[in-house]
Ligand binder design. Structure first.
Ligand SMILES: Nc1ncnc2c1ncn2[C@@H]1O[C@H](COP(=O)(O)OP(=O)(O)OP(=O)(O)O)[C@@H](O)[C@H]1O
Length: 260
């Protein structure tokens, strides 16, 4: 049997006396979209930051594609194929959509020495391939019409798509997405749902999604991990969690969950 692509084992992260994440274990199989949900302050972002190398874990391990990546720098983790999508604020506002993607590709090519050593040769791009790669990424996120638009002038939903495009420039096999639906309108949420499915079905992407928008989580995730006060209180399919008393209680007063 193929081992899971991502395995989080007994992960903990403390801030002084506060245990923001406690003994968290879960795994994500290749090709799955898994949700990580929980009320405000549950520890979702801390778990994400610890998995992606932004914060070192206090305890526990993160294994990706069979390799222990716990506590590695974000650039090394990206080179392993585990990338985070960026918030719109991390784009170059004055540069065009294609330039932003080009900068992301160039940083991948230049990378650090250990990154270069780790990358498979197919991951190295010659400058003649950059144009093709920009076309490929713009095609995936459906931003052909905005190719020459300045990033800072894009509507919010398009800026978020550009953030996903920049994440894709790392050619990851797995994306960690932190609240991609935040601030999107109804039509943009539908588009996001289509894009996430397309990334998985047509581009072999595995996705771990932190998201407050319960309708999207319930519709798109095969499995969901629920955190409350830093602890995993439940894990299962959307159908299982909808009727799980502990989850319903944690979300009492959250109408979006009740109606998802
Ligand atoms: N750098 C930090 N220093 C101290 N405490 C922190 C730090 N980052 C997070 N925390 C605390 O850790 C706990 C978990 O926060 P975290 O942001 O991970 O939760 P979350 O589930 O992502 O919340 P939200 O849904 O509101 O984004 C909170 O009590 C928060 O105040």
């Amino acid at each position: 049997m193929t081992p899971p692509l991502l395995q989080v084992k007994g992960l903990a992260r403390h801030f002084g006396g506060l245990a923001a994440v406690k003994d968290l274990s879960f795994s994500v199989e290749k090709g799955q979209i898994v949700g990580l949900i929980g009320p405000n302050g549950a520890g979702k972002t801390t778990a994400f930051n610890t998995i992606s190398g932004v914060l070192p874990p206090t305890r526990g391990r993160v294994v990706f594609n069979g390799q222990d990546i716990s506590g590695q720098r974000p650039s090394i983790i990206v080179a392993h194929g585990l990338a985070r999508t960026f918030q719109s604020t991390t784009t170059y506002a004055d540069a065009s959509v294609e330039k932003n993607i080009e900068y992301a590709l160039l940083s991948r090519i230049r990378g650090s020495a250990p990154q270069r050593l780790m990358r498979r040769s197919s991951h190295l791009l010659g400058s003649d391939q950059i144009g093709e790669e920009i076309n490929r990424i713009i095609g995936i996120v459906g931003m052909q019409a905005w190719r020459h638009a300045e990033a800072g002038t894009l509507a919010y939903g398009l800026q978020k798509k550009l953030g996903i495009a920049i994440g894709l420039a790392a050619r990851p096999s797995m994306l960690l997405m932190d609240e991609p639906a935040a601030g999107l309108n109804h039509e943009e949420c539908n588009e996001l749902t289509r894009l996430l499915r397309q990334l998985r079905d047509e581009h072999d992407m595995t996705i771990l999604l932190v998201e407050h928008h319960m309708a999207i989580v319930m519709e798109i995730c095969e499995r969901i991990v629920v955190l409350v006060h830093g602890e995993k209180i439940a894990e299962g399919t959307p159908e299982e969690l909808r009727v799980n008393p502990a989850v319903v209680e944690a979300y009492l007063g959250a109408p979006d969950y009740a109606h998802a």
